[in-house]
Write a protein that binds this ligand. Structure first.
Ligand code: AMP
Length: 395
């Protein structure tokens, strides 16, 4: 039977089957934990070993994403391929698709791994985005700054996350330097959004088109990196419903099978703009692991295996705080470990560590989740627990 026939005559991929994960970071680790809990086997593929995903997977393959022979070998040994890292080359997804279903498809990955393609797709399909422009020369950049005014943000079109490859331009005379620091890469200029809040909606879509979401999550960033996520976000019914409707439309328009996160800006005037899409579980959804009936990771598994999607009900208001490498004494040249016991003083705080061996400034090493009676209390509790890690607040 050919691959396309196999996909048309669809059979659910049942427990005991093997899931292949392209990428090997913390998202793959939490996915693998969810998959193994349900009796699946997990193979992971990335250019590294002893990775966050590899440590909990059944098989860890170390090869480069452009080693297409290795990719085909990996995909031939699994029942379905998914990914936890969207910067996988298109040819890799294509080679994998010759040997196993890839969900979400390579075309979702291709659109969302490049800011220009992604923004153009969203704009052309009627989704709200901030004005943007492709930049390949100083003339393009100057024309864009003229059009949008300052400040504006110049970003690399590819391989951007957590504010990497971004420059805020506050006056037109910074244009030349901003372009020079970017090097010879494809760039995008975005009009500055004076946002009141950053929000996300994580959606999951099954092979049959079924859709679930975890409501609107509020995200506070620090130095462009997600710091704390809070659920549910305290918003009007109208904005909540609009954000969910936009997210659903994005998953449907892209024909996603799996999980996709829509990151939004909410302006002071109450307008929602999409900042970006992530075609996989998202950092803002880590709290679903402890606080929801079905986590984003289990839902990704259910979606890519063609199983019915689980309830996304939030059992208690929750908040998540990222633990960056900066919290480790060794990063400051000091001895010792973060004070784990102090952070866990409250029984409503949960600790997740990703098994990364070397803490570095800005590196996501783990997170804490707190549950409470209200989202505000959960946020205060998770921040207090994180402070306790470095001894802050001790008498
Ligand atoms: P990104 O890597 O595009 O998600 O950007 C990281 C963070 O930079 C966002 O979460 C925002 O806090 C900020 N940012 C990105 N683009 C803009 C923009 N056009 N206007 C204002 N802030 C932005």
């Amino acid at each position: 039977m050919t691959r396309s026939n196999r996909d048309t005559i669809f059979q659910p991929i049942l427990p005991g089957s093997v899931i292949g994960v392209l990428g090997s970071g913390q998202l793959g680790r939490m996915f693998a934990i969810a998959a193994r809990r349900m009796g699946y086997r997990v193979h992971t593929f990335s250019p590294e070993t002893d990775t966050p995903t590899g440590q909990v997977a059944d098989v860890e393959i170390k090869a480069h994403y452009d080693d297409l022979i290795a990719v085909r070998g990996f995909a031939s040994d699994v029942d379905v391929v998914t990914f936890e890292f969207e910067n996988v080359p298109a040819a890799t997804a294509q080679a994998a698709a010759e040997c196993a279903p890839v969900r979400p498809s390579g075309s979702v990955l291709h659109i969302t791994q490049n800011r220009l393609r992604e923004k153009a797709f969203l704009r052309d399909h009627g989704f709200p985005v901030t004005p943007f422009k492709a930049v390949s020369s100083l003339e393009d950049l100057e024309a864009g700054l003229n059009e949008f005014g300052c400040p504006a943000v110049l970003k690399t079109a590819g391989f951007g996350y957590d504010g990497k490859g971004q420059t805020k331009i506050t006056s037109a005379d910074q244009a030349e330097a901003a372009l020079a620091s970017a090097g010879r890469q494809e760039m995008i200029l975005e009009a500055w959004v004076d946002f009141a809040l950053e929000l996300s909606v994580i959606g999951a879509r099954g092979i049959d088109g079924s859709f679930t979401q975890w409501g609107v999550i509020r995200n506070d960033h620090h130095n462009h990196i997600l710091d704390v996520s809070i659920a549910p976000a305290d918003l009007s019914r109208g904005i909540t419903q609009e954000a969910i409707a936009i997210a659903r439309a994005a998953l449907e328009q892209l024909d996603v099978v799996g999980v996709l996160c829509v990151e939004f800006f909410l302006t002071a005037g109450g307008k929602l703009l999409i900042n970006e899409l992530a075609p996989r579980p998202h950092n803002s959804g880590h709290l679903t692991f402890d606080a929801c009936v079905t986590s984003q990771f289990e839902q990704q598994l259910r979606a890519v295996c063609g199983l019915p999607l689980g309830s996304t009900e939030l059992l208690r208001p929750a908040a998540m705080a990222n633990l960056l490498g900066d919290l480790w004494p060794s990063v400051r040249g000091e001895a010792g470990e973060p004070d784990w016991a102090a952070a866990l003083t409250s029984p409503n705080v949960k600790l997740h560590l990703y098994g990364k061996l070397t803490p570095k400034p800005g590196r996501k090493m783990g997170h804490l989740t707190a549950m409470a009676e209200s989202a505000g209390e959960a946020a205060a509790l998770v921040r207090k627990a994180r402070e306790a890690l470095s001894g802050a607040g001790k008498p």
